[in-house]
Design a protein around this ligand. Structure first.
Ligand code: NAD
Ligand code: TYD
Length: 354
């Protein structure tokens, strides 16, 4: 079996669902169920003996060691993190605790467990760290895309905490020989994304007739990848990646924020027509401090060495995502209660878009 952390979050839950749809190998899923974790994402696995959910913290050394001893996984995949840049700006402490110290705790427990393995079990063990392209900093309009050797230059507390964790993973391979893998992926979108992030936030605000808040001039660029493709990339890296190696994963789909929001509005105009075009709700608000201008991923290594490429394109993935949110109003209602409302007023009131 495999042990994954953060499997009740956006990408982790998509990963668990994809993993168990593709094979029978069981998954131990360790998640603290913060505001971003939601067991409803895994409702379709109720009663499925291949999925063991454990509520707990990746920064709890006893718990993590006990899970490794009990379940003896052949791999650990660390998805768990605080993941929202704006939250890291308003409160960085939890990012340092979970993303840096939590990853350290996972690495220490994995190192001790791996040291006690023998033969094929030891050879085959992998620790896979799920990371982000944000560790590389910000690109100018004409700069080459990030590759695996681009120097780290994280700009937000979120990016800095992920960068620190990546460095620890690297050091555990280099110093102790722990067979690690690191993936640095671009912006994901798709089902089960918590609506604090741009794409679900815009879909839900549009449906509620609320302003669609665009930070700054709306020309910041991200490389968007449908979440299923990120999950298939991680599965491929786990299967065939070289220990100690880093793999960038991207969608080859650079868009600025206005293009993203207009694409969402056009899909909504078609699927759920309203009295006025949804784009009339677009509202420019105060920019994010230190807002990175452009991210772009050069995914040549994973394409060349592991023969991976995304299956979905931007237009198709966006349409599927809009349709998913339209079809899952109950899920939306379950995640947009008290805590969510507090965040919306904390982040948007002072920006002038509440
Ligand atoms: P998310 O915020 O939706 O989910 C994070 C999950 O981790 C939640 O289920 C939460 O309960 C859990 N968690 C948080 N702190 C924990 C702790 N201390 N112990 C155990 N569980 C804890 O995040 P996501 O968007 O699914 O991102 C998953 C991973 O992918 C993160 O490591 C993130 O840095 C990385 N990543 C995300 C993106 C993206 O666009 N969302 C892109 C590249 C990489
Ligand atoms: P986000 O989804 O927070 O991802 P990240 O900051 O990790 O890339 O934001 C994506 C882009 O959208 C980013 O440039 C910030 C911008 N943005 C807005 O313009 N308005 C919003 O309300 C949010 C949440 C993001």
């Amino acid at each position: 079996m495999i042990l994954i952390t953060g499997g009740a979050g956006f990408i982790g839950s998509n990963f668990v669902l994809q993993w168990l749809a593709a094979q029978d190998e069981a998954v131990v899923n360790l998640d603290k169920l913060t505001y971003a974790g939601n067991l409803r994402n895994l409702d379709s696995l109720r009663g499925d003996a291949r999925h063991f959910f454990v509520r707990g913290d990746i920064d709890d050394p006893e718990l993590v060691s006990q899970l490794l001893r009990e379940h003896r996984p052949r791999a650990v995949l660390n998805f768990a993190a605080e993941s929202h840049v704006d939250r890291s700006i308003l409160g960085p402490a939890e990012f340092v605790r979970t993303n840096i110290h939590g990853t350290f705790t996972m690495l220490e427990a994995a190192r001790a467990y791996w040291a006690g393995l023998e033969g094929e079990a030891k050879q085959g063990f992998r620790f896979l760290q799920v990371s982000t392209d944000e560790v590389y900093g910000s690109l100018g309009a004409d700069d080459a895309a990030f590759c695996e050797t681009t120097a780290y230059a994280p700009n937000s507390p979120y990016a800095a905490s992920k960068a620190a964790a990546d460095h620890m993973v690297r050091a555990y391979h280099h110093t102790y020989g722990l067979p690690t893998l690191t993936t640095n992926c671009s912006n994901n979108y798709g089902p089960f994304q918590f609506p604090e992030k741009l794409i679900p936030l815009v879909i839900l605000n549009a449906l509620a007739g609320k302003p669609l808040p665009i930070y700054g001039d709306g020309l910041n660029v991200r490389d968007w990848l449908f979440v299923d493709d990120h999950c298939s990339g991680i599965r491929r890296v786990l299967e065939a990646g070289r220990p100690g190696e880093v793999y960038n994963i991207g969608g080859n789909s650079e868009k600025n924020n206005l293009e993203v929001v207009r694409t969402l509005c056009a899909a909504l105009d078609e699927l759920r027509p309203a009295a006025k075009p949804y784009a009339s709700l677009i509202t420019y608000v105060k920019d994010r401090p230190g807002h990175d201008r452009r991210y772009a991923i050069d995914a040549a290594r994973i394409r060349r060495d592991l023969a991976w490429q995304p299956a979905e394109n931007f237009a198709g993935g966006m349409r599927r995502t809009v349709q998913w949110y339209l079809d899952h109003q109950e899920w939306v209602a379950s995640v947009t209660s008290g805590e969510y409302q507090k965040w919306m007023s904390a982040n948007y009131q002072e920006r002038g878009a509440a």
